[in-house]
Design a protein around this ligand. Structure first.
Ligand code: PDD
Length: 289
């Protein structure tokens, strides 16, 4: 079956889906996005992603394109119509179409685009990945999930060219902010899980919140604070988190090996816990249908 895209109220063949050349998403990167994991046919952390969407839109003073309840129905329909059992749903909202001018237009209707596709995620058992360190060249409001992703694309490309999976970006003081499309975590020598506090410098990862919640409830020692590149390179374990990777263990930062090349015990516990949580979400959501 060919894929279906959603564009401003219409479900259309993916190949025919388009937006206007004067869309402010295209002209100014004036828009925000979300990426949802789909697991066993169910949207994972649906409320968390919708909360963050509302927050990002609010920060940019863009209206929700449709009411939240209607959006939920559209998202679920997209999962069904594209026969997604395991994969990703991508949602983008822009300020809409208006003659090119910098200030916000008065009468633009927000543009809403949604796509969905199957993708097989690495399962509970996973190989480690390498990350490199790169300066954080993004803007000062990284907490808004903006579509202005050129610095992120450049960082990811740099990682790929260095044979790494992700680039950990560092601020001017030498502290890690986050990956180009994931949050950054370490486990210190004395077994404290550390990830940067959620201020304007990082995106408030929905997966990050779920992991913090689990770790807190299960007696792990946690610190939400900035950590330096030096501290990261001395860590016992390091991993990254996002809606498309869940918990991904790291074997190397630049040229420095982390752990023994295998997933460390804390990363493993968190990865398995996230899969258990997804199984639970899938089971309760499907039972409620
Ligand atoms: N990226 N930090 C950045 C800069 C991100 O782009 C993402 C997600 C995250 C993790 O957030 P979450 O756990 O809510 O996915 C952190 C998505 C997956 C993407 O751009 O494809």
């Amino acid at each position: 079956m060919s894929r279906i895209a959603y564009v401003n109220g219409r479900y259309i063949p993916h190949a025919d889906a388009s937006v206007h050349v004067e869309d402010r998403g295209f002209q100014f990167a004036d828009g925000v996005y979300e990426v949802f994991a789909v697991y066993k046919g169910v949207l994972i952390d649906e409320a968390g992603h919708l909360d963050r969407l509302e927050r990002s839109l609010g920060e940019l003073r863009i209206e929700m394109p449709v009411a939240r309840a209607a959006l939920v129905q559209i998202l679920r329909r997209m999962v069904r119509r594209n026969l997604v059992t395991e994969g990703l749903v991508y949602l983008q909202v822009t300020r809409g179409v208006a003659p090119r001018d910098f200030p916000f237009p008065h009468a633009a209707m927000p543009t809403l685009v949604i796509t969905a596709r199957n993708k097989t995620f690495p399962g509970r058992e996973v190989k480690t990945v390498r990350v490199i360190i790169t300066p954080d060249q993004r803007w000062a409001r990284r907490d808004i999930k903006t579509v202005a992703l050129l610095p992120a694309a450049l960082a990811k490309q740099k990682a790929r060219e260095a044979g790494a999976y992700e680039a950990w970006q560092v601020d001017d003081d030498g502290y890690v902010t986050e990956g180009s499309s994931s949050n950054a975590w370490i486990v210190t020598r004395d077994n404290v899980i550390v990830t940067r506090q959620s201020d304007h410098n990082i995106l408030r990862g929905v997966t990050r919140m779920a992991l913090l919640d689990f770790a807190d409830k299960n007696g792990f020692r946690l610190e939400e604070r900035a950590f330096s590149v030096t501290e990261a390179k001395q860590a016992k374990e390091a991993f990254l988190s996002s809606a498309s990777t869940f918990v991904m263990p790291i074997s190397q930062i630049d040229d420095v090996a982390i752990g023994n090349g295998e997933i460390g015990p804390v990363s493993k516990t968190l990865r398995l816990a996230y899969f258990d949580a997804m199984d639970q979400i899938a089971a309760t959501t499907r039972a409620g249908r």
